[in-house]
Design a binder for this molecule. Structure first.
Ligand SMILES: [Zn+2]
Length: 577
């Protein structure tokens, strides 16, 4: 039995809900356990779910009202407590946490208030369809085509892939509104949700209806095949039942796929690919095997195999969740495969719940692998792609206020440009400053369970070097102080008694963050490389002995993100001796 006032008393509802909305804390409860039975009918694109969920009151006060949200393409059928139906109001709730841009909310009143940290177990039932829907993107102006290749989730006759919260709310969630047109709103809502779900477990049993035996039947949950239980044959449609391994939700969106996958197994990676995509699968597996020893040397032995899963839409935007990558394998670019493998294998070796460490290191690994295979310049070119995005967003942030400095810092940010691109540059700069051996030792010393505060990783790094790095962490990690801007203030050279040249360079940092800047001095027939630490709004002096007269000084080889690189070349005039 259910109460859907919306159909009966719209006027009354508006009054009640607008009052309730004022006091409604949608994030009061976390969901600590899901035990769900899924009925999937690929031909109808239908999903029907029954199961138990456990809610925990995360607030300091007793709560009597709980909110359960599912995708707007699904409807609540019943919510029960101790075998008794609970009263609830079902209403649409506009939010971009779901691909449809809206949720179906059940606002339910519990018979007794749940105390702080207390839990309550509910039995839920809901159903509907999951079709391709990119409403949340098209309504903010994304062209239809691009939007559909980004929000590609759907239950489909030949191929099914659906990602969890942040894409499709196919299991109940409870979040405040997320709005893609408001800066980082979606990322912030998602981060709060993932933090609350960090210790949650999900167990799935699934029944897939098959109308003919040629339909795909392999079901994967978070990249792992679910075990078949029974296969009923009753003349009509067949049902395939599977038990999926319990999965900790950690920081990822639980992902389901039903496909006709073939498997390519290698020691470091398994690739699941669709018929005809053998070449793409081989390229990925080979790239992984080639780079695996290098990644393990940097980031430790693999905790799990990296997993690559094919997507049917050959233009689909790739999606990663830990060591799993969902990407179209229709084409084969060995360079793309190599970069993807370096990233995935890093996740397979190393885990941190802090995005600037987790994602920053995985991107850093991509640059390292390029350097190892094709030299430093190739890595710097790759960093350059990230750097330009970074320069743009640092410039758009304008003069930073103190609270922005903290909220945009690497340890707090929800901005992907910062925790991916900027973090990668930070790891690269640290490697250049303290050396490879010291940085590898710091990474090896990292233990996720001991990471209780933002300063944990910086302290591990500081322990490996005599250098004072506090200023660096202040400018780049704990705060967002923007970027440096280096300029040669002056350069003088004189000939020494032995015939060599002594060049004295004064470098100004006009920017708001300090860094150690690489300096290239060009001379006839070669160049000399030095590094100089210059703090924010400060200057530094370096003396370089050269075998020939200096011609030109170039600051920054591209490894340090800088706000203005137009003033980085300095011609040493013959007069300056
Ligand atoms: Zn990643």
């Amino acid at each position: 039995m259910k109460f859907r006032f919306a159909q009966w008393l719209p006027l009354f509802l508006v009054v009640v809900l607008s009052r309730a909305a004022l006091s409604l804390d949608r994030e009061a409860f976390s969901f600590t356990r899901y035990d769900l039975n899924l009925q999937i009918d690929p031909q109808q694109q239908r999903l029907g779910v029954r199961g138990q969920i456990t809610l925990r009151n995360d607030t300091a006060t007793p709560q009597k009202v709980a909110v359960l949200q599912i995708s707007s393409s699904l409807d609540w059928r019943s919510i029960r407590l101790n075998d008794k139906p609970l009263q609830f109001v079902s209403q649409p709730y506009t939010s971009d946490i779901d691909h449809t841009g809206a949720l179906t909310e059940a606002i339910l009143t519990l018979p007794d208030a749940v105390g702080p940290k207390g839990t309550v177990e509910l039995e839920v039932a809901y159903e509907g369809v999951i079709t391709l829907d990119a409403t949340r993107l098209t309504r903010i102006g994304t062209p239809q085509d691009a939007a559909a290749h980004t929000d590609w989730d759907q239950i489909g006759e030949n191929f099914t892939a659906i990602r969890g919260a942040g894409y499709v709310a196919w299991y109940p969630v409870a979040t405040e509104v997320a709005n893609l047109s408001e800066g980082n709103s979606l990322f912030e809502v998602l981060r709060r949700w993932k933090d609350r779900e960090a210790g949650s477990m999900m167990r799935l049993r699934t029944t897939v209806t098959k109308n003919d035996s040629s339909e795909p039947s392999q079901l994967l949950f978070n990249g792992i095949p679910c075990a078949a239980r029974t296969q009923e044959q009753m003349g009509g449609p067949q049902h395939e039942d599977t038990d999926c391994p319990s999965s900790s939700l950690r920081m990822y969106a639980p992902t389901l796929a039903i496909a006709d996958y073939q498997v390519l197994e290698k020691p470091s990676m398994e690739v699941r690919y669709l018929p005809g995509h053998d070449a793409g699968a081989t390229a990925f597996a080979d790239a992984a095997e080639k780079i695996a020893p290098f990644i393990s040397d940097w980031f430790g032995p693999r905790r799990e195999k990296a997993k690559t899963q094919d997507l049917a839409d050959r233009q689909a935007a790739p999606f990663e969740s830990g060591a799993i990558l969902l990407t179209p394998l229709a084409s084969t670019d060995p360079k793309v495969a190599g970069l993807a493998a370096a990233h995935q294998l890093t996740h397979a070796s190393f885990f941190s719940f802090r995005p600037w460490i987790e994602e920053g290191l995985a991107h850093f690994a991509q640059a390292l692998s390029l350097e190892q295979q094709s030299g430093r310049q190739s890595a710097l070119d790759y960093i350059g792609l990230h750097r330009s995005a970074l320069t743009e967003i640092e410039a758009s942030s304008g003069t930073t206020k103190s609270e922005d400095e903290a909220s945009r810092s690497l340890v707090n940010t929800t901005s992907e440009e910062l925790y991916r691109s900027k973090a990668m540059c930070v790891w690269w700069m640290l490697r250049d400053m303290i050396g490879e051996t010291a940085l590898k030792k710091a990474i090896a010393a990292y233990r996720t369970e001991q990471d209780k505060e933002p300063s944990y990783m910086p302290r591990l790094i500081a322990a490996q070097t005599q250098r004072d790095l506090e200023w660096f962490f202040d400018d780049w990690v704990y705060r967002d102080r923007g970027l440096p801007d280096f300029k040669v203030e002056s350069a003088f050279s004189r000939k020494t008694m032995t015939g060599s040249f002594m060049l004295t360079i004064t470098v100004d940092n006009l920017g708001t963050a300090g860094a150690e800047v690489p300096i290239v001095v060009k001379i006839a027939g070669g160049e000399v490389l030095r590094r100089l630490e210059v703090r924010a709004r400060n200057r530094g002096v370096i003396r370089v002995e050269l075998p020939a007269a200096p011609q030109e000084i170039v600051l920054n080889d591209g490894s340090v993100p800088e706000s203005n690189v137009s003033n980085n070349i300095f011609k040493v005039s013959p007069g300056e001796k």
